[in-house]
Every structure is written in structure tokens, then in C-alpha cells.
Design a protein around this ligand. Structure first.
Ligand SMILES: C[S@@+](CC[C@H](N)C(=O)[O-])C[C@H]1O[C@@H](n2cnc3c(N)ncnc32)[C@H](O)[C@@H]1O
Length: 271
């Protein structure tokens, strides 16, 4: 999905300010790849490419190739000092750019909830299909890292996901204005957050297993959260995933989140 100019500015700025945050979150995971040579890394929805550039520095002795695939082009892509290859295209066209089993590490930071289609149900189906395609370009010992938010419903688990999708994807000017007033940058474009249970289902459908997860920060409730039936939520949860379709065809294991307690600090909406 192509984002609008306001979103581009907003997300670009957030990404540029998130490098220390990601460096800290991913440090323990990246250590595991330090000894690997000829690393291939892809950052899907990598925006300005700052994180990708950080990765190319971290792995400068590993003979690594770092790619960014984003449906929007950012000005920073022109920076020739960076050792990053940029592709302006949507994740739907992944197979046109990359071969199967070619990447060691793939990142999807705050991007899955942007993969929206013309209905909430289709969005869920397509998210699973796209994640399946993405795991297809991972090497058998490769890892996919997803950083995204959980919106768990009060009474109805899917209610916040459904309502936020409906409101933000609505193109009626009054609703767009209303969403913008509540700081929804995606107003008129659409965004689809998932509950933790739905993430579990989605990853299972996409043949991905959660190997490790770090829960992010919990937000403080605001009035709109009650209106959207939000029971609990946490931002920037990090999941390390591997395909559970190993070359030997080992039996499927349903993804399960490891036990963990979200930090009780005020979070922000990144939508
Ligand atoms: C919220 S920003 C996240 C930026 C950065 N990864 C971060 O963690 O801050 C989402 C990015 O995903 C990109 N995006 C949205 N839909 C996409 C799609 N279908 N294919 C590729 N990129 C997409 C947007 O252009 C945007 O740059």
C-alpha cells in the first residue's frame, strides 16, 4: 500500500530516531550472526534506510549485502556513502526481485500493520500470504524479525483491530478529519493492528514459528481506547521467527509467545 506524503514525513522521522532503540532491541539477536560470512539482509518497509545502513556497519566484516524494499522512495536513498541497495516496490512483488532461500536475515519493523486491502478479512488473508512469501526467500537457517504492536480487545478480541481498520481506511472527509484529530497518520489510507492471539494465528498460517519475543512498552489508556474496545496493548514487540517448514519437513509446531511481562512505561501510537 502506498502511503501518503504526511505519513512518509512522519514515518521517515520516526525511523531516523529509532536506530538506538532497534540497536538495543536486536543486539542479542544480531550477535548470533557475527561469525557468518556473506550475509544477505533485507529490511522490508525500511523507510529512509537508516536502520539498513546501521546493519551494514554492524556487519561490515561479514561481506554483507543489505537491501531495503519499500513502496515509497525516501530522499536519503540518494546518499552514495551508504552501502545499501534500495528497491522501490511493494512487498507483493517480492518474487520479482529476490530468489527463494536467499536471505539470512529479514526485518519487518512496524510495517505488517500497513499491509491493508479493501476489506478487513482480505487484509488478514493477504498478510498470511505475504508472510509466507517472505519466509520463502529466507534461507533454511535464516531468521525473520518482526517489530509490531498488539491491540487486544476487551470482550471481543478483534474489536480494536476491526474498528481501527474501518475508521482509518474510510475515505469520507469527515471521518478522515476525525481520525487525524486523534493523531491517526494513516487516516484515509488504512492500518490493521492485530491482537496477540491474531498474531499467533497469522504466524501459524504463514508457517512461521516464534523462537523468541521481547514484549514492548505498554501505553497508558486514553479515552479513545475505551471507545475502540481496547483491553490491553503493547508497542514495538519484537519477534524472532523461523520457518517451521524445515527442509526435512519437520512437523508443524504452533507458534506460542514465550512468557514475558511488558514494561509498564508510557507508549506512543506509531500508526
Ligand atoms: C511505519 S513505516 C516503518 C518504517 C521503519 N521500518 C520503522 O521501523 O520505523 C512503514 C513503512 O512501510 C512501507 N510500506 C507500507 N506498505 C508497504 C508495502 N506493501 N510494501 C513495501 N513497503 C511498504 C511504507 O512506505 C513505510 O516506509
Amino acid at each position: 500500500m502506498k502511503i501518503n506524503l504526511n505519513q512518509k514525513e512522519y514515518y521517515g522521522a520516526i525511523e531516523r530516531n529509532s536506530i538506538d532503540f532497534y540497536a538495543k532491541k536486536y543486539q542479542v539477536y544480531l550477535e548470533q550472526f557475527k561469525e557468518k560470512k556473506d550475509l544477505k539482509i533485507l529490511d522490508i518497509g525500511g523507510a529512509s534506510g537508516m536502520f539498513a545502513s546501521y546493519l551494514s556497519d554492524v556487519f561490515k566484516d561479514n561481506n554483507c549485502e543489505v537491501y531495503v524494499l519499500d513502496s515509497t522512495k525516501y530522499e536519503e536513498w540518494e546518499d552514495s556513502e551508504r552501502n545499501v541497495r534500495y528497491i522501490e516496490d511493494t512487498v507483493e512483488n517480492l518474487s520479482q526481485h529476490f530468489q527463494k532461500s536467499s536471505f539470512d536475515i529479514i526485518f519487518m519493523n512496524r510495517v505488517v500493520h500497513h499491509l491493508v486491502y479493501n476489506s478487513w478479512t482480505k487484509t488478514h488473508i493477504m498478510m498470511a500470504e505475504l508472510l509466507k512469501d517472505i519466509s520463502g526467500i529466507l534461507k533454511s537457517d535464516g531468521r525473520l524479525f518482526i517489530c509490531d504492536h498488539f491491540y487486544n480487545g476487551f470482550i471481543f478480541d478483534n474489536a480494536p483491530s476491526f474498528l481501527i481498520y474501518k475508521l482509518t481506511s474510510c475515505k469520507i472527509p469527515f471521518i478522515v478529519k476525525l481520525c487525524k484529530a486523534f493523531k491517526a497518520e494513516s487516516a484515509g489510507v488504512g492500518v490493521c493492528f492485530l491482537s496477540q492471539k491474531n498474531w499467533d494465528r497469522l504466524l501459524n498460517k504463514a508457517d512461521l514459528t516464534i523462537e523468541n519475543a521481547i514484549f514492548g512498552s505498554k501505553g497508558i489508556k486514553k479515552i479513545q481506547h475505551y471507545l475502540l474496545f481496547i483491553g490491553s496493548y503493547s508497542y514495538d514487540n519484537v519477534m524472532m521467527l523461523k520457518s517451521h517448514l524445515s527442509p526435512q519437513g519437520s512437523p508443524k509446531v504452533a507458534p506460542r509467545f514465550p512468557q514475558g511481562s511488558p514494561e509498564n512505561v508510557e507508549g506512543k501510537f506509531y500508526n
